[in-house]
Design a protein. Structure first.
Length: 443
C-alpha cells in the first residue's frame, strides 16, 4: 500500500508529473528511432550485422546504443561520440590556459565549452560514420549479400548517422532541462535496460536446456548479481566525513558559527566517469580498423577487440585506476575547500587553516581513492570473470562494468530527485527511514 500511496503522491505534484511525462515521451521517441533503419538496408543485411555484434567489443558498443548499432538504425552511432568529445574537452581544460579560463567564466564559459563539444562531436561522427558503413558493407558481403556503397551513398548515409546522434544529444539535453534530469546518462540507461529482459530469458533458457547446473545455478547467478549490485551501491554512496568547526562571530546582535559540520569526502568521487573515459579509449582500436572491417585482424587489434581477454581487461583495469585519480583531482580541489573554510572562520580540529588543511584533505582523498579505484576496476572487469564461469555473454554484461554502474548511479540519482520533490511538497519520501543518496550525496 505504501508503494501505491507514493505513486499517488508523485502524481499529485504538477511539476513532477509533467517532468516524468516528458521524460517518458522523449524515451519513447528514442526507442522508436532505434528501429528506424537506414535507407537502402534490407532485413537480410541487418541479420548479418546482428550476428557480427553478438560477441566481443561490438556487443558492448551495441549495448550503449540500445541495440541501434545492430539494427543499422539512424541512431546506430548512439551517444558515445558526444561522450568522447566531452572527455577530450575536459582533458584540454587541464592543459590549455584558454580552456581553463573558460571553465572559470561561469555560465558563459560553460556555454562556450558546450559549443566546442558539439563541434568536436560532429567531427568524430564524420569519422565514425564511414567506418560503420564500411563495416556494414563487409559483414553483408561476407554473409552472401551484395551491399556496395558508392561515394554519394556513403556521404548521405554518414550525414543521416551524424544527424541521428546529434538528435539523441538534443533529447538528452531536453530530458535534463524539461524532464527528470541526467539526460545523457538516462539515454544510456534506457539502452542498457532494454537489453536486460532478453539477456535474462536467454540465460534462463540456456540453464534449463544446455548449460550445467539447471535452475539451481540460475538462482545462484541471481544472488551473485544482487550482491554485485549491493557492492556498486556502496561504492556510489560511500563517504568519509571530515569534521569542520566554525568559530563564533558576532555581527550586531546576531551570532554566526560556533557549530560543527562535516565535509563528506566520497570514496568514489569520480563516479562512473573513469570507466567511461577508459571505455572510450578502448574503443579506439576497433574504430581504427573500421569497426572490424578486417576479417582477420592482427594480434594487437585481436587482443583489444576481445572484451573477455587477459590483455584487454588488464589495460582496462589499469586505465580505470589511473583515470579515477585523474578525475578526482579535477572534481575535488582541497586548496579551494581549505580557502573556503578559512574565509568562513572554519577549521579542522587539530589542523592549522590554510596550506596544512589543504594537505590534510589531499592526503585523506588519496587514501580513500585508492581502495575506491581498485574496487571500481574490479567491478568493471567483472563481466570477464562471469563469462569464464560459463554465464551467457549478454547476461554477463550486467554483472559489472559500465552498464551496472550506470544503472545504479542513474537510478539512485533519479530516485533522489523524485524524493526531493516529495519532501519539498511535504510528502513522505520513497523510503520509510533515511534518505536516498545519489552520486552527489544526499539531496
Amino acid at each position: 500500500m505504501r508503494f501505491v500511496d507514493t505513486v499517488k503522491n508523485i502524481w499529485k505534484i504538477d511539476d513532477l508529473r509533467k517532468r516524468i511525462t516528458i521524460t517518458v515521451l522523449f524515451v519513447l521517441v528514442y526507442r522508436i528511432g532505434c528501429y528506424v533503419v537506414l535507407p537502402g538496408i534490407s532485413p537480410s543485411e541487418i541479420d548479418a550485422l546482428r550476428n557480427f555484434t553478438s560477441t566481443g567489443l561490438m556487443q558492448l558498443l551495441d549495448m550503449f546504443s540500445g541495440g541501434a548499432f545492430s539494427q543499422a538504425s539512424i541512431f546506430a552511432l548512439g551517444i558515445m561520440p558526444y561522450i568522447t568529445a566531452s572527455i577530450v574537452i575536459q582533458l584540454l581544460g587541464m592543459v590549455l590556459p584558454s580552456f581553463q579560463k573558460m571553465q572559470r567564466e561561469g555560465e558563459s564559459g560553460r556555454m562556450k565549452l558546450n559549443q566546442y563539444t558539439r563541434y568536436l562531436t560532429v567531427l568524430i561522427l564524420l569519422i565514425q560514420g564511414p567506418a560503420y558503413l564500411v563495416n556494414l558493407q563487409v559483414q553483408v558481403n561476407a554473409a552472401g549479400g551484395a551491399a556496395h556503397f558508392g561515394f554519394w551513398t556513403m556521404l548521405y548515409l554518414t550525414i543521416i548517422l551524424a544527424a541521428g546522434s546529434m538528435f539523441i544529444m538534443w533529447l538528452g539535453e531536453k530530458i535534463t532541462d524539461k524532464g527528470i534530469g541526467n539526460g545523457i546518462s538516462f539515454i544510456i540507461l534506457v539502452g542498457i535496460i532494454a537489453r536486460f529482459p532478453g539477456a535474462l530469458v536467454q540465460e534462463f533458457t540456456s540453464r534449463l536446456t544446455t548449460a550445467q547446473g539447471g535452475l539451481v545455478m540460475f538462482l545462484v547467478e541471481i544472488v551473485i548479481l544482487f550482491a554485485v549490485i549491493a557492492g556498486a551501491i556502496l561504492l556510489v554512496q560511500g563517504t568519509r566525513r571530515v569534521p569542520v568547526q566554525y568559530a563564533k562571530r558576532i555581527v550586531g546582535n546576531k551570532q554566526y558559527g560556533g557549530v560543527r559540520q562535516y565535509i563528506p569526502l566520497k570514496v568514489n568521487a569520480a563516479g562512473v566517469m573513469p570507466i567511461i573515459f577508459a571505455q572510450a579509449i578502448m574503443f579506439i582500436p576497433i574504430t581504427l580498423m573500421g569497426f572490424g572491417a578486417n576479417q582477420n585482424p592482427s594480434g594487437f587489434f585481436r587482443a583489444f577487440s576481445d572484451i573477455h581477454g587477459f590483455w584487454y581487461n588488464l589495460v582496462y583495469f589499469i586505465m580505470i585506476v589511473a583515470f579515477t585519480y585523474f578525475y578526482t583531482a579535477i572534481t575535488v580541489r582541497p586548496t579551494q575547500m581549505a580557502e573556503d573554510m578559512k574565509r568562513n572562520n572554519g577549521f579542522i580540529p587539530g589542523i592549522k587553516p590554510g596550506k596544512k588543511t589543504a594537505e590534510y584533505l589531499d592526503s585523506i582523498m588519496s587514501r580513500i581513492t585508492f581502495p575506491g579505484s581498485l574496487f571500481l576496476g574490479c567491478v568493471a572487469i567483472m563481466p570477464a570473470f562471469a563469462n569464464v564461469c560459463g554465464i551467457n555473454q549478454n547476461f554477463a554484461q550486467f554483472f559489472g562494468g559500465t552498464s551496472l554502474l550506470i544503472l545504479v548511479g542513474v537510478v539512485l540519482d533519479t530516485l533522489q530527485q523524485v524524493e526531493s520533490h516529495l519532501k519539498m511538497h511535504h510528502y513522505d519520501g520513497l523510503m520509510k527511514s533515511g534518505k536516498i543518496k545519489g552520486r552527489s550525496g544526499a539531496y
